[in-house]
Design a protein around this ligand. Structure first.
Ligand code: F6P
Length: 542
């Protein structure tokens, strides 16, 4: 496999990086059209890329790199159902999850859109029954709480979206998300719910994930104890999975299983049946609006030339930072409390996809792949870690995401204040404050260095009209395609996750050892063995 680092396109970018990134003050002064030229739209999203450390020449060189990496061909292959997930020999057809009826997406010649809509219709029927009160629990009461039990891609998407779409939910029907095998997590939800009026959605693509199955078993015990027997399971448990046999073995009626397929990666699954708890909470119409939002970005990606394809541009600029300017992390800073879980969602999407060290052909990469992705809502982050963003020694590129419409009644201008902060941070990070400006404001010489802001700290500003279901779908799809762009340039498989396996294997062994009644033989390094013994002692085990 050709290494992208051996191409003239890569060398051209190295030469540009060696000359140093542009100075944003100078770039804006020299080019009054810069902001306009580097602001793009994708669906309802206005994306201002002008505060990134790029020039027209750098953007052109990045586009040439994207072309050299085959981004256009790979995008066609993605939508064409090719088995891009080579290590698992699977198609990567999450765009089919939001296809309109009649669109065509095929896996090995089989059209999958009809299957998608069949499951969506079944989800919709269940959601309607729960929401109307027609679906009754074992004791005849309507459902008031839905508890999604899942982890990773079977949790983060619906949990993030439930927060994001809080305005579209009703207090009469609350959703909860239990992911951690820490018993405190399930307990905290059971403490505020009544088994008689709770529906558990056990969400697991494989239905083998130990955390999810352990929590689901604990919840089932609680329900059967509280409601008087196994009969209650049918009215209080449904499943979302690709593994019908394991669902049946767990004791959930296949009639109450909502299917998805191996061509949907876990972290790309929030718009599949994995979104069932979200659909119940916000209603089928809102869920379908969200799907339409996803679809509008898919259409943007398919139709726009690379130079106006916003996810591709975001991805390529990210490659510029990671590989040519050597920046290790990327922050996502939503100026919306309702998007509090969005950075966590993106951590899985990005880091599980592109945290790879070998290329598609198994050879080791000779470049840097996925960045460390992190973030918190503004303005909270401003009073915590933004100090480092402004004056630390590591430059952290960031996406600042804001909305024109307030997410709650705003009779006193707090939303305006929120957005003013977003805009102010992007301005301060980009342009900083020179020593001369600090001194001119009357600051004594000793304090000038402390109060100087170097600036040239890059951001995107993403502005949308409102945090609606459609806009949420657009935002998620934007990042899905950004991640795809970067994985393509790096030549890695963004759709497997072998790196999670070793820890799971060892945990299975160690779980047996920490739980064993008799003192176990420990075949571990000295540190791990000592820690196991210390834990066993603490738990009163020999
Ligand atoms: O361990 C990682 C992972 O496999 C993720 O990729 C996935 O989203 C999560 O676990 C949950 O998997 P499942 O949906 O099969 O329970």
């Amino acid at each position: 496999m050709e290494s992208i680092t051996a191409t003239p396109e890569w060398a051209a970018l190295e030469a540009l990086a060696a000359a140093g990134p542009p100075d944003l003050r100078e770039a804006f002064d020299a080019d009054p059209g810069r902001a306009e030229r580097l602001t793009f739209t994708a669906g309802d999203l206005l994306v201002d890329l002008s505060k990134h450390l790029v020039t027209g020449e750098i953007v052109d060189a990045l586009l040439a790199l994207g072309r050299r990496a085959g981004l256009e061909e790979r995008t066609a292959a993605l939508f064409g159902g090719e088995h891009l997930n080579t290590t698992e020999d699977r198609a990567v057809l999450h765009p089919a999850l939001r296809a309109a009826p009649g669109d065509r997406f095929a896996d090995e010649g089989r059209d999958v859109v009809a299957d998608v809509h069949r499951v969506l219709d079944r989800m919709e029927a269940l959601a309607a029954r729960v929401r109307s009160g027609e679906w009754r629990g074992h004791t005849g009461e309507p459902i008031r709480d839905v508890v999604n039990i899942g982890i990773g891609g079977s949790d983060l998407g619906p949990a993030m979206a439930y927060g994001a779409l809080r305005r579209f939910t009703t207090p009469a029907l609350r959703a909860h998300f239990v992911s951690n095998v820490d018993p405190a997590h399930l307990e905290s939800v059971l403490a505020v719910t009544d088994p008689a009026t709770t529906l558990f959605v056990v969400a697991s693509k494989t239905f083998t994930t130990v955390e999810t199955l352990s929590n689901a078993r604990a919840a089932r015990r609680r329900v059967t104890e509280a409601l008087g027997g196994e009969d209650a399971v049918a009215r209080h448990f449904v499943a979302v999975s690709t593994n019908a046999d394991a669902v049946a073995a767990f004791g959930i009626d296949p009639e109450h299983m909502f299917e998805f397929w191996d061509w949907v990666g876990g972290r790309y699954s929030m718009d599949s049946a994995i979104g069932l708890s979200l659909m119940i909470a916000v209603g089928p119409d809102r869920f379908r609006e969200m799907l339409a939002g996803f679809r509008s970005i898919d259409e943007h990606v398919r139709e726009m030339p690379m130079g106006q394809n916003v996810p591709a541009l975001l991805g390529l600029i990210g490659v510029w930072y990671r590989d040519f300017l050597g920046l290790p992390s990327y922050a996502v800073l939503p100026y919306a409390q309702d998007l509090a879980r969005f950075p966590a969602y993106l951590q899985q999407l990005d880091m599980e996809s592109n945290g790879k060290r070998v290329r598609l052909d198994g050879t080791e990469v000779d470049l840097d792949t996925g960045p460390i992705v992190w973030g918190e809502p503004g303005t909270n982050g401003q009073h915590a870690f933004y100090q480092l963003l402004h004056q630390g020694t590591t430059v952290v590129p960031a996406d600042l995401i804001g909305f024109v419409e307030p997410m709650a009644d705003d009779d006193d201008g707090r939303h305006d204040l929120l957005v003013a902060n977003l805009l102010a941070q992007a301005e301060a990070l980009a342009f900083g404050k020179t020593p001369a400006e600090v001194a001119a404001a009357g600051v004594g010489a000793a304090l000038v260095p402390h109060r100087t802001f170097p600036g040239n700290r890059p951001t995107s500003v993403i502005l949308a009209p409102a945090l609606t279901p459609s806009v949420l779908g657009q935002l998620v799809a934007l990042y899905e395609h950004k991640v795809f762009t970067q994985g393509t340039v790096w030549g890695i498989n963004s759709f497997d996750q072998w790196g999670v396996e070793l820890g799971k294997e060892l945990a299975t062994t160690i779980a047996g050892e920490v739980m064993a009644a008799e003192r176990p033989g420990l075949d571990h390094d000295a540190s791990t063995a000592a820690l196991i013994r210390r834990y066993r002692e603490g738990r009163g085990r020999a």
